[in-house]
Design a protein. Structure first.
Length: 330
């Protein structure tokens, strides 16, 4: 009997320590419920988006195709820098110092717009990165709760089995001993059944500023993204030359296939795309993965802007026909 009491006291002290630690974790996790990733102040972007009629833009600027790729021309149009490039094209026909200085001035204006665009891309990618880290911390917390739950069930099983063995050996009455064995068996089976559902822990996680919502809805419903970044996400020419699939459309198709098993109704109702609520571990891990995918997709846009800068350098430094004739006469 004393051994049974000692086992019970040991288990009680053990779970008391665990519960205190879990309580401390729960208190600390509250700091993650309100996003620290969003900007400290709200910047009101100009909501005017560039034209999505890529064919008409390229047709109107067909002279620039001798110097720029189609994607570079569309980016210049998105940056409202087409006029500057056309002015440079005209100034390159003039070999005067004044014309050269004006070209440098116009190039500086284009560079400033490119710098702002790159900064916007970096800011959005940084927020995706930060949100992914924040959700990852919450997911680790829930995983820890699930692991602790499993450990408790295993320890309970060991204690019940040990206590039943001691009790059955101590009790001389056969009927009472059998009853103890049966009760221990039922309790052990119940604990075994609970271990079949190890991921039952949940946590409240709120995200009123939901970056994934605009991506899933393919609508810029809130001021979560600068217009330039959103244009790069949604203009089909920046993902495929066929112009049938945009960056976020491609990502959405993958989410639907791999995260929701092509169940559109389930996806539309998912907690991932609303203001938040009660999350399970799997949902948190899915959210982390989605945020990381968007971060990577945002950073790849830098390559398109880099190609534009290479085209621009080549355009500026390539002599015009007038310059070539002038040099030949010398």
């Amino acid at each position: 009997m004393k051994k049974i009491v000692l086992l019970l006291l040991l288990s009680a002290s053990l779970f008391s320590c665990v519960s205190v630690k879990t309580k401390n974790i729960r208190e600390n996790i509250l700091t993650l419920k309100d996003s620290y990733c969003k900007a400290p102040f709200k910047y009101h972007y100009n909501k005017t988006l560039p034209s999505y009629n890529a064919d008409s833009i390229l047709l109107a600027n067909k002279e620039l195709k001798n110097y720029f790729t189609d994607q570079s021309i569309l980016i210049l149009n998105a940056l409202t820098s087409i006029d500057e490039v056309n002015e440079i094209l005209e100034l390159k026909k003039d070999n005067s110092i004044e014309a050269q200085l004006e070209i440098l001035h116009l190039r500086s204006e284009i560079d400033n717009k490119v710098t702002i665009a790159l900064t916007e891309l970096d800011a959005v990618a940084a927020e995706f990165d930060c949100e992914g880290e924040r959700v990852g911390q919450i997911a680790s917390y829930v995983d820890d709760l699930n692991e602790r739950r499993m450990n408790r069930l295993v320890i309970y099983s060991i204690i019940i089995g040990g206590a039943a063995s001691i009790a059955s050996g101590t009790i001389k009455n056969d009927k009472a001993g059998s009853a103890v064995d049966i009760g221990a068996g039922v309790a052990g089976a119940a604990l075994g059944f609970l271990t079949l559902k190890p991921k039952s822990e949940k946590v409240e996680f709120i995200h009123k500023r939901n970056l994934l919502r605009d991506i899933w809805n393919e609508k810029l419903e809130a001021e979560n993204f600068p217009p330039f970044v959103w244009y790069m996400y949604t203009q089909e020419r920046f993902f495929s030359n066929s112009g049938t699939l945009s960056i976020i459309k491609n990502i959405k198709d993958k989410w639907l296939q791999f995260n929701f098993h092509n169940d559109l109704e389930e996806a539309n109702a998912s907690i991932l795309f609303n203001d938040g609520g009660i999350y399970k571990a799997d949902d948190l891990h899915n959210r982390t993965s989605m945020l990381n995918q968007m971060q990577s997709a945002t950073r790849t846009i830098n390559q398109n802007v880099n190609y534009l800068l290479l085209d621009l350098d080549k355009f500026i430094n390539t002599p015009s026909k007038n310059e070539t004739l002038h040099n030949l006469k010398k």
